[in-house]
Design a protein around this ligand. Structure first.
Ligand code: HEC
Length: 114
């Protein structure tokens, strides 16, 4: 039983699960993640959904770090997301001069809960 579960998890990791686990409920976020949620509301929510799928101006960020790749095909890791936020990407404007490093690390902590 345990072995079957492990195999399933391994298969998910390799093939990419169709359904990713849901975001951590807001009331269960720690202090930094809660702060990151506020940063998201201020800087990202006008263009991106965080807790539901579907595009607003940009793609939904639900499960962003649970998927192997970003919509552009770039790897879904902190470096790429940071780069996207600081320098923009395609139609997304650069936001580097609107956020300080603390905002950015709080934001990343929140994005990991999605
Ligand atoms: C003015 C609207 C706007 C704002 C504000 C905005 N984005 Fe975006 N974002 C976009 C658009 C449009 C795209 C799609 C870009 C493209 O592929 O041309 C995008 C794409 C992305 C992507 C996917 C990049 C890829 O490689 O596929 C990520 C991740 C992202 N945004 C994160 C964020 C985060 C985090 C914030 C807040 C700090 C944010 N965005 C704020 C419009 C916005």
């Amino acid at each position: 039983m345990r072995r079957a579960l492990l195999l399933l998890i391994a298969a998910c990791g390799l093939a990419g699960c169709k359904s990713t686990p849901p975001p951590v409920p807001l009331e269960q976020l720690n202090a930094q993640q809660t702060q990151g949620h506020a940063v998201f509301q201020t800087h990202c929510a006008v263009c991106h959904y965080d807790r539901q799928s579907g595009s607003l101006h940009g793609p939904a960020l639900i499960g962003v770090f649970k998927k192997p790749a970003l919509p552009s095909g770039a790897p879904a890791n902190e470096d790429r997301v940071t780069d996207t936020v600081l320098h923009g990407h395609g139609l997304m404007p650069a936001l580097g001069n609107t956020m300080d490093p603390q905002d950015l690390s709080d934001l990343l902590a929140y994005l990991h809960t999605l």
